[in-house]
Each structure stands twice: as structure tokens, then as C-alpha cells.
Design a protein around this ligand. Structure first.
Ligand code: COA
Length: 332
């Protein structure tokens, strides 16, 4: 079957760090409350000169350089975001302009909240597969898939129930279309309509209520997350005919360390298989998994050839699980 594999990574975080102690100077909270419940000590917020677009472009440039491919090989650019600078042009079109991508490159943003990066990867596989079928060419086909969020623009600092949880950042990967066996690629996507997480907007339907900043039923979201992540993992493994021992790393959406530790205990696996970085970055929604991927590649944890399982969940509610390979050609 047609699959995708990751061949390059990049990321951009704003480097404007806000610690829990700094937040506690302006709102009624503390590191002693936040850290044990979330695993978060600090997050990065954009400065006035940074935004979803600037971070997406920087992460994209790094991913292209890391992959070592010419930009002319890129035929699709997808940005998963729920905090774009503009409704239109899409963030993807800004990236396309900045990187001077060729004109027959598909460009779109998509919003599946914190599951968005996994949705975007699978959408990229679909677009590249379509190009392959239409053009029947021999040239390798690549897509640039980005998760980019300036969540600080959706928060109201005084609302401590959400303002302490989220951060800004972008991560990007280059994926290549390949032929693979079932054990090398699997995907499951889903949704469950629910208003447990709402971001700013005006809704004039049944609830007749507008929301001016991110609001969330934290307890309901926690229960959802610890229920859905093990199911996503089990379903992906069933689809690929693998077991967890064959997976090198499970990269969960970095919402909350307590959620991930709950899953680790339930599945009875070593915590080292579930890397985490929310301690420094908070929850960066669609950007969290690609930022983590880039950090793991940058620090030598990922060397090439690894089998990865990605698990995302978030507002919508949406969820997605994926198994894919990281730079299989690097394996010696
Ligand atoms: N600092 C200090 N106190 C806070 C606070 C903060 N940042 N936020 C809430 N509180 C208070 C509440 O007002 C409440 O006070 P009360 O008992 O006087 O009413 C108390 O702390 C307990 O609040 P509660 O909401 O019951 O806390 P919790 O134990 O459920 O933890 C979360 C809250 C958000 C950390 C937890 O529910 C969670 O992790 N949910 C998942 C969130 C998530 O990951 N979302 C993203 C998904 S993509």
C-alpha cells in the first residue's frame, strides 16, 4: 500500500519563556498547583514580532534543510492549526510564498485541534497518492506537514483554568510517499462531537453563547484522554499487526504528563517509551508532536529506522493514531 515516512524534521519555539512562578505574579496560581497536575513548569509565548506564520515558516525551512531535498520535490504543504494569523490566506500559503514552492503544490490549513498534525499527515498521504496516480511519474513525491499554534492569542490570562496549560510553537516534517507493507503504516482517525473544549467564536445555535477565550471542562477532557489514548494505540497496533514491543516510541500529544503516566500504567510499559516535553513548552496543540519529533531527532534519540506510533486527542472532540517509520533508509 501507499504509505508515508518521515525524512526530515524542524521546529521553532518563540524563546520567550513564561514560568509558572512568573504567571503566579499576575494570577492566583502557583507552581505547586500546576506542576503536579500537569507536568508543566513553563511555556513559550510569541513576542510581538512572532506569530503562527513566522513560526511555521522557520520550522518548515529547518525541516527542508534536514531532509536534504530540493523544494521542487514538495507537492503539498499542510498546516494543522487552530490559531492561524488569518482565515485566508492560509498559513500554508504563507509558507508556500516564503519557501518559493512550485505552483503545482497543494496548500491548505486544517483544524482538528490537538489531533491536527495526525490528520494533516494522513491528508498529505492522500494528496501525494492522488498525484502519483494521476502523473504516474518516477520522481519522489514529498509533502511538508506542519503543526503551528499561537495559542497565547486564544487565552485570557486571568482565566487560570486554561491560561496555565497552553504555549506557542511550531513543528514541521517532510514526508515521502513510499510503498510499504501493512506493518509499516497504519492510521485511525475519529471524532466525537462535544463542547468540552471551546475556543473563541460566536455560536448562535442551541447554546446561544459566544466565547471570547479558550474554555474547557478540564475533568471531562482528562477522562476522555485517558480513555481514548489506549484505544488509539490498541487500534493502530491491530491494524498494523504489530505489538507495542515492536514500536520504538509512542509520541502522545503533549497535553499533560499525568494523562500520559496514566496510560503508561494502564498499558504496563516503560515510561521511556512515551517521551515528554510539556515541562518546558506546555500544551502546544497541533504543534506538540512535531516539536517533540524534532527534539528527539536533534538530541540523537531518533537515529533513523525507528517505528513510531503517534497518538493525538483534543478539541472537537477529535482523535487520531498513526504508525509510521522515521528515516528507514538511514538504518545501517
Ligand atoms: N491554579 C490554582 N488553582 C486552580 C487553577 C490554577 N491554575 N485552576 C483551577 N484551580 C482551582 C479550581 O478553581 C478549583 O478550586 P475550588 O476547589 O476552590 O473550586 C480547584 O483548583 C480544583 O479544580 P479542578 O478543575 O477540579 O482541578 P483538577 O484537579 O481537575 O485539575 C486540570 C485541572 C485542568 C489540570 C485537569 O482537569 C486536567 O489536566 N485536565 C485535562 C486538561 C487537558 O489536558 N486539556 C487539553 C486537552 S488537548
Amino acid at each position: 500500500m501507499r504509505a508515508i515516512e518521515i525524512i526530515g524534521t524542524g521546529s521553532c519555539v518563540p524563546h520567550h519563556t513564561i514560568t509558572n512562578d512568573e504567571l503566579a505574579q499576575s494570577i492566583d496560581t502557583s507552581d505547586a498547583w500546576i506542576y503536579p497536575r500537569t507536568g508543566i513548569h513553563a511555556r513559550e509565548f510569541c513576542t510581538a514580532r512572532q506569530s503562527t506564520v513566522t513560526m511555521a515558516v522557520e520550522a518548515a525551512r529547518k525541516a527542508v534543510a534536514d531532509a536534504g531535498i530540493p523544494v521542487t520535490g514538495i507537492r503539498a504543504v499542510l498546516v494543522a492549526t487552530m490559531s492561524p494569523d488569518f482565515s485566508t490566506p492560509s498559513t500554508a500559503c504563507f509558507v508556500s510564498e516564503a519557501l518559493k514552492l512550485r505552483e503545482d503544490t497543494a496548500a491548505l490549513d486544517l483544524n482538528a485541534a490537538c489531533s491536527g498534525f495526525i490528520y494533516a499527515l494522513e491528508t498529505a498521504r492522500g494528496i501525494l497518492s492522488g498525484i502519483q496516480e494521476m502523473e504516474q511519474g518516477d520522481a519522489p513525491l514529498y509533502a511538508l506537514v506542519i503543526g503551528a499554534e499561537q495559542l497565547s492569542r486564544l487565552l485570557k490570562l486571568e482565566d487560570r483554568t486554561t491560561s496555565v496549560l497552553f504555549g506557542d510553537g511550531a513543528g514541521a516534517v517532510i514526508v515521502k510517499l513510499t510503498e510499504a507493507g501493512r506493518s509499516d503504516y497504519a492510521i485511525t482517525l475519529g471524532s466525537r462531537g462535544s463542547r468540552d473544549i471551546l475556543a473563541p467564536g460566536l455560536y448562535t445555535g442551541a447554546i446561544d453563547k459566544s466565547v471570547d477565550h479558550m474554555v474547557m471542562d478540564g475533568k471531562a477532557v482528562f477522562v476522555f484522554a485517558v480513555e481514548i489514548i489506549p484505544r488509539l494505540i490498541e487500534r493502530v497496533l491491530r491494524l498494523s499487526g504489530s505489538d507495542l514491543a515492536q514500536i520504538d516510541y509512542v509520541l502522545c500529544h503533549q497535553a499533560n504528563a499525568r494523562i500520559i503516566r496514566h496510560v503508561v500504567r494502564k498499558l504496563q510499559v516503560p515510561e521511556a517509551k512515551f517521551p515528554m516535553n510539556m515541562e518546558r513548552l506546555g500544551n502546544t496543540s497541533a504543534a506538540s508532536i512535531p516539536i517533540l519529533l524534532d527534539e528527539m531527532h536533534g538530541n540523537g534519540t531518533l537515529r533513523g529506522g525507528e517505528k513510531l506510533l503517534l497518538a493525538g486527542f483534543g478539541g472537537g472532540l477529535t482523535f487520531g493514531g498513526m504508525q509510521l517509520r522515521f528515516r528507514p533508509e538511514d538504518r545501517t
